[in-house]
Design a protein around this ligand. Sequence first.
Ligand SMILES: [Zn+2]
Length: 345
Amino acid sequence: MIGVLGFLGLLLGRKYLPFRLVLGLALFWWALLVAVHSPLFPQPNGAGEVLGGGLVTWLALAVLTVLVSGYRMALAGLRRRARLRVQEVGLPAPGAFAPAELDRYARHIMLREIGGAGQKRLKQARVLVIGAGGLGSPALLYLAASGVGVIGVIDPDVVENSNLQRQVIHTDSRIGTPKAHSAVAAMQALNPFIEARAYVRRLDAATAELIGEYDLILDGSDNFDTRYLVNRLAVAAGKPLISAAITQWEGQISLYDPARGGPCFECVFPNRPAPGMVPSCAEAGVAAPLPGVIGAMMAMEAVKYLTDAGEPLRGRLMIYDALYAETRVIGAKPRADCPACAAAD
Ligand SMILES: [Zn+2]
């Protein structure tokens, strides 16, 4: 059966030789086998006996090979089409929405002030939140739920038992884990279509380049040093800043945006309080839902800013007194002698 051995040799040789050459040699070998058994030569002949097989055997082999190859090619084609369809469903083009996202954000998209264009702007936006505490918790959750594309959260602390009275993004089971990681886990669990990034560190001048990577900064930190520093960094980078603060029963919030005509945080609060003069939440206490109210307002102002909906809090400071259920809005103007933003104009 030298005829069969020839094909086996080519089968082994296809690892080392180009596919076209192996295919050519196989066709030539097959034609030779058919020819020596064909009526072109007197039958039987010596060559036919040496190579083996018969005319019917070698013709049947050709038919079988064509059938098997055709079946395999059709199968590969089906697989390729199925893969393409999976890509269409699972991975929409950059900036486009998957059907599950359109369903998720339908109640945003039907709002005249947001619509499909606004939702797309949210998806393309990058927001950095300073602090995953009382204010950061609701702000981060609502930013994630709203579909903000990239959300960064920076916090050096770990989750503690006493945080859970108001820092609702964390859970009892995550006590001891870094707040930034806990917040990212909660956001990704809420909305897998967004990207959440954790920075387990304090925002200082060395990590200032982070600010440049984002479109909008939300400051929910709990100390004046960070608040004044974030303001300076945001002013220097020309980034809008939504900053809020709470104590006991009262909260305040504003959009500080000197690059677009508004005052900065330092314009409104030029005098840094002496250390110890303004007690922190740990020292003075705070009503549990208060950071929920003000933190949700931060996310609301962020969504408005990013979608250009309504009137932002630029140049206006909103003060909420929870104990008497009163809200006041006072105007604020840029100060010509502001050490933070006057030089930047
Ligand atoms: Zn200023």
